[in-house]
Design a protein around this ligand. Structure first.
Ligand code: DAH
Length: 373
């Protein structure tokens, strides 16, 4: 076997000399290191690793070498290209990491800042008005009493002195609950008013008795601007020795002044409810015009329709028959009662003209009342 041919073919390929290749690599690595962003690096890649790069051109010269020298030159060029590729890949990584970090800083959103703009809910005004009404009476020593929404007909009507076939029952547009066998008359109704809580309170609490009971009521009404099949009332009941209609007036007056403003007068006119005798329809002086709109030539008032008075409640002295039904001696005790609509109170107090706003569930309606406690 002959020794390696050290005497080169006279064809010299300067670009393939180790020095020259090393220079190309050094140039390339310097350019890679100098690239300060991804665009610059892209240009460097084209210039030093592309088809027209010095190393690529040198590579093309390998064929011109004598066969014995080709392998070594090929290795040299291969190593040079690998060195440039590695440097490019490393720099690419570095620059991408830098860019990502910069983007994170530049496009950062401080999610901790605008917390107060998160949509805040609001308590429903029916709830807050009911609580205010309740508070007025609790402040006068009344206790809060509750009863079921699905109620025995006996509490809703019979014990309140509505005889079975009395026309007054018809006025209550009752929703009857079907019996388990599908019978319409199961003796159970959705309570049409909060007055059955009066009966429950008289049957279960010691005398004297002062209670208020806010709660949900149901009637077969179709939902429109002034009717809702589900609504709320608050009931008041006092049973004590020596109570008179003057006490009823005092209680009503206190509530009107607390809810609508000091100095407002109240008016009682005869009415009929089976469970009170005498019964009254309670009105308050219009809290907006205070009666001014009734004078000839005066500005009309939208709130009281220029009547000067606004009906707000039904009331009366507890009918002795109701006291007797609850085992209370009507010769010793007397009582007064009143009931009013919470939606109606809300509408009067805040000028709400469409009761549907209270059931639509649009939080913007509730929010308009603020976070009233
Ligand atoms: N329960 C009656 C209704 O819904 C309102 C009412 C009237 C309640 C007179 C009372 C009262 O306590 O004394 O129409």
């Amino acid at each position: 076997m002959s020794a390696p041919n050290k005497s080169y073919d006279p064809v010299e390929v300067a670009t393939l000399s180790p020095d020259e290749v090393q220079r190309m690599v050094d140039d390339a690595l310097a350019a890679v290191a100098a690239a300060s962003d991804l665009d610059e690096l892209k240009a460097v890649r084209l210039a030093h690793a592309g088809d027209r790069a010095p190393i690529a051109l040198a590579n093309a010269e390998i064929g011109a070498l004598p066969p014995a020298a080709r392998a070594e030159a090929g290795k040299r060029i291969g190593a040079a290209r690998a060195a440039v590729r590695t440097a490019l890949a490393q720099r690419q990584d570095e620059l991408e990491t830098e860019r990502d970090a910069r983007v994170l800083v530049e496009e950062a959103a401080d999610v901790t800042l605008p917390w107060d703009r998160l949509p805040a809910g609001a308590r429903h005004p029916v709830t807050t008005v009911a609580e205010r009404l309740t508070d007025v009476f609790v402040a006068m020593g009344y206790e809060v009493a509750e009863g079921p929404e699905v109620e025995d007909e006996w509490y809703n009507f019979d014990a309140l002195n509505f005889p079975p076939d009395h026309p007054a029952r018809e006025q209550y547009d009752t929703i009857f609950v079907a019996g388990p066998d599908g019978t319409a008359h199961s003796g159970v109704v959705l309570r049409t008013h909060t007055s059955p809580v009066q009966i429950r309170a008289m049957l279960s609490r010691p005398l004297p008795l002062y209670v208020v009971s806010p709660g949900k009521c149901f009637r077969t009404d179709t939902l429109d601007a002034t009717h809702s099949p589900v609504f709320h009332q608050i009931e008041g009941l006092a049973v004590d020795e020596g109570l008179t209609m003057a006490d009823l007036r005092g209680a009503i007056g206190a509530f009107v002044e607390a809810m609508f403003g000091a100095g407002l007068r109240t008016r009682l006119r005869p009415d009929f409810f089976p469970f009170t005798e005498p019964s009254a329809d309670v009105s308050m002086e219009c809290h907006v015009c205070r009666g001014a709109s009734t004078r000839p030539g005066a500005e009309p008032c939208r709130v009281c329709r220029s009547q000067g008075w606004i009906e707000i409640a039904g009331a009366g002295m507890v009918n002795p028959r109701v006291l007797v039904a609850c085992g209370i001696d009507p010769d010793r005790y007397s009582g007064f009662a009143f009931g009013l609509g919470i939606e109606r109170t809300l509408m009067i107090r805040h000028g709400v003209t469409d009761i549907r706003d209270t059931v639509d569930g649009d939080v913007r309606f509730s929010r308009a009342f603020g976070m009233e406690a």
